[in-house]
Ligand binder design. Structure first.
Ligand code: SR1
Ligand code: MG
Length: 399
């Protein structure tokens, strides 16, 4: 018998779990809204308009049921959410309850938010709202990056955190899908025939593979901070207007890794959004999207510097160490941004930014994105090591 929920079984499930039943009255609406690659997601509402979200992991990839996937990812997401909530509650959905026996997370309902990628893809002009979101995310990355590190936690708590957050199966997906497959021949790699030469240009550059190898090694060995692990614009809920709110959700890929990884994932998705805008003839908007890289970096840097005086063990962690940490985060982020762009064009998990364009524009956008990816991945290898906040504008802008 399956324990997987569906719209019909959700009310009985909630009634059977006291921690959930106490939060809702008579249930009047259950909707399945999951649109990602992996999970079931239900929005549940009661007669008094109270609501919560249930997220349950499937034992396989939702978009490819022949691909088995550990359900323990739900426990890892619960762990990341709880840790991030303790440090920066404003920028994550509240975790209300976790049912380990059925791999169900109960989360704050954010139905009045929208997925940022969808909002970005609908826009035709640059928006100050996106600057707000990019700023909030820079603050989030710095808050949780510092707060879960040795500097924020001290030695023993950091080691416990690393042990608790181990996430081998989902890390391996990132190692494969983001940091390996786009740069080698692989069955997951499918592009439009007119982009085959563009992929060959990228994958044929020995510096690209060299940089990807170094980035993969860092991803697998540098347990610096408890990361979100999959911080693309489709993992961000936004609500703009009088009460703006920006929340990073879907942290099931979370683990202890390089501080610059989440920044790089996000930067890569700004580049993809810019490639779309350029292909649509929105050049000013494309420039504004690339400038979001600077915005996020500035907020990240300011927040990290603000937290620095609270660090553990300042005896040896002098201010020169702060500069080195920031420099390392920046150089890592540039490389990971390039890998994210490449894999979203070439590999298994493509993005609507490119895929929903009409054919000719899609080919154009993919070409621009792949050229940017190549420059970003190899930027550090080619000597671009100084933190320059305008990196996306400088490196990834269309030629
Ligand atoms: C098999 S999972 C494919 C992708 O979906 C997730 O959102 C991650 O980005 C992962 O790489
Ligand atoms: Mg996801």
């Amino acid at each position: 018998m399956t324990d997987l929920l569906d719209v019909e079984s959700v009310p009985a499930y909630i009634a059977s779990v006291p921690e959930l039943a106490s939060r809702l009255g008579t249930i009047t609406e259950v909707r399945e809204v999951g649109d990602g690659n992996l999970n079931l997601v239900f929005v549940v509402r009661d007669a008094d308009a109270r609501a919560l979200v249930l997220k349950q992991s499937l034992p396989y990839v939702r978009t490819d049921p022949s691909w088995p996937m550990t359900r323990e990812r739900s426990s890892r997401e619960a762990n990341v959410l709880a840790a991030h909530q303790a440090i920066d509650a404003a920028h994550v959905p509240a975790l209300l309850f976790y049912d380990q026996s059925r791999y169900v997370l109960a989360l704050e309902d954010l139905s009045d938010h929208r997925v940022w990628r969808t909002v970005l893809n609908e826009r035709t002009e640059a928006s100050a709202d996106d600057v707000h979101a990019a700023t909030a995310l820079g603050e989030y990355i710095a808050n949780v990056g510092f707060g879960t590190s040795v500097l924020g936690l001290g030695s023993a708590a950091h080691k416990r955190g690393v042990a608790t957050a181990i996430n081998p199966e989902l890390c391996e997906i990132t190692e494969d899908l983001v940091l390996t497959e786009p740069f080698v021949d692989h069955a997951h790699n499918v592009v439009h025939p007119d982009n085959v030469a563009d992929v060959a240009e990228l994958a044929g550059d020995p510096d690209v593979r060299h940089a990807a190898g170094l980035a993969k090694l860092a991803f697998m060995t540098r347990a610096e901070s408890l990361l979100h692990g999959d911080l693309h614009t489709g993992s961000v809920f936004v609500r703009f207007g009088a009460e703006p709110s920006v929340r990073a959700f879907d942290s099931e890929f979370g683990f202890y890794g390089p501080l610059g990884f989440d920044l790089g994932m996000l930067w890569g998705n700004y580049v993809l959004a810019a490639a779309r805008a350029t292909a649509q003839g929105q050049n000013a908007r494309a420039a504004a999207l690339l400038d979001l890289g600077r915005v996020t970096w500035d907020a990240f840097e300011a927040t990290y510097r603000h937290r620095w005086p609270s660090r553990q063990d300042p005896r040896v962690y002098e201010d020169a160490v702060l500069e080195a940490v920031l420099r390392q985060a920046w150089t890592d982020a540039v490389t990971y941004a390039g890998a994210e762009v490449a894999r979203r064009v070439i590999g298994f998990a493509k993005v609507a930014d490119i895929e929903t364009l009409p054919e000719a524009e899609r080919v154009q956008a993919a070409r621009r994105a792949l050229r940017a990816a190549r420059k970003l991945i190899t930027h550090t290898l080619h000597g671009g090591t100084a933190p320059g906040p305008a990196v996306l504008t400088d490196v990834a802008a269309p030629a």
